[in-house]
Ligand binder design. Structure first.
Ligand code: ATP
Ligand code: MG
Length: 351
């Protein structure tokens, strides 16, 4: 098979971890007999500084011709976050109906969790990615007066809620058959009660799945105290966003946290991006941990249907962490981005 990949390294460490991942992908394609054709796009904050836009008018159309989009990180000091978000990430997620955002949270062999968890940690956060609290409906009235008032609306549609929940239930069916829903219906009485209602209704189609419901505040506490309880966690856009930074933190941090924006029907390309941002504090120093990007590439291979390569890459990442010799600083080692990349390439070549 031959796949067309749209590659957007973006900003900061994206420019280090994405090229490293392409080397790894190349070695896997040679080994497992599939072809990758890369098309590089320089959409980023740098592009914004030059043109006043995060991507050109036809950016979406051009990306739409690919089988998958592989993105490093966008965002950099000096460019407000809402510009990179609303100028690039959100348009891509919405144009390509990437309504599921998945973030696996799994404690890899050899990695120490900052928590003393009683059991194994292995769950997946399924975040609604297209609507909910992140809407541009709202505004200000009586500006500049003592009555200044700001309104921000959340939008939950039946189609939007049902499709992400169905995805989460179906995923739980293939895993340990447990699902937890993040809610806050005691405080947010319109949208979150609707969220709970749909969760209840859809759960009827999946009677064998053990379901539970947590208010977001206690759910955050349980992620810390009992991360071993969870299998699939389904959450709205905002709650999912918060949980997806907390989840990785309990299994070793952002340096190893993968993520994907999925269009389950495969009508449009899905986008694969590590959870971390551009990390300006360490950018350009060859110290970023490339594992988050490698694991993200692994999810992309799985989505494309290259199971052999995906399994080989996951196994290789885990041999590297289990061995514990070539690790970057965030994991307590001294290795550089290139050292980790070389070691992964060496381990792949031995298989
Ligand atoms: P952005 O605005 O693009 O989201 P940020 O300032 O929020 O950037 P993040 O990239 O989210 O920064 O990173 C938060 C912290 O985690 C930083 O201190 C960063 O150095 C660290 N970090 C993130 N990714 C990695 C990585 N791959 N390897 C090592 N450290 C990382
Ligand atoms: Mg950030």
């Amino acid at each position: 098979m031959k796949y067309k990949l749209a590659v957007i390294p973006g900003d900061g460490i994206g420019n280090e971890v994405i090229p490293a991942s392409l080397e790894v992908l190349n070695s896997l394609s040679a080994k497992c007999g599939f072809e990758l054709e890369y098309q590089h796009f320089d959409y980023s904050c740098e592009y914004y500084r030059k043109t006043g836009k995060m991507m050109p008018e036809d950016g979406i159309d051009r990306l739409g011709q690919s089988d998958a989009i592989f993105l490093g990180a966008v965002g950099y000091p000096g460019v407000p976050d809402h510009i990179s978000l609303w100028g690039l990430l959100i348009p891509i997620r919405r144009a390509f109906h990437q309504y599921v955002n998945i973030r696996p949270v799994r404690l890899l062999k050899g990695i120490e969790s900052p928590l003393r968890s009683p059991g194994e940690i292995d769950f997946i956060i399924v975040r609604e990615n297209n609507e909910g609290e992140y809407s541009n409906v709202g505004g200000r009235i009586h500006e500049g007066t003592p009555f200044e008032t700001v309104v921000q609306e959340s939008i939950f549609t039946r189609m939007g809620v049902d499709r992400v929940m169905n995805y989460a239930f179906t995923l739980a069916e293939k895993r340990r058959k447990k699902i937890a829903s993040a809610t806050k219906s005691n405080g947010i009485i319109h949208t979150m009660t609707y969220w709970d209602e749909r969760f209840e209704a859809l759960s009827m189609n999946f009677p064998e799945i053990e379901k539970s419901k947590f208010h977001i505040d206690i759910l955050c506490a349980q992620f810390v105290q009992h991360p071993d309880w969870f299998d699939v966690v389904v959450a709205s856009n905002l709650f999912g966003d918060i949980l997806s930074d907390l989840g990785p933190a309990v299994v070793g941090g952002l340096g190893i946290a993968p993520g994907a924006n999925i269009n389950p029907e495969k009508e449009f390309p899905s986008m694969f991006e590590p959870v971390h941002g551009s990390a300006p504090d360490i950018a350009g120093k060859n110290t970023a941990n490339p594992i988050a990007a490698f694991w993200t590439a692994q999810m992309m291979l799985e989505h494309l249907g290259e199971k052999e390569a995906a399994d080989m890459l996951m196994g290789t990442i885990e041999s590297l962490t289990a061995e514990g010799k070539v690790l970057t600083r965030d994991l307590g080692g001294t290795a550089s981005t290139s050292d980790v990349t070389k070691e992964i390439l060496r381990l792949i070549s031995k298989q």
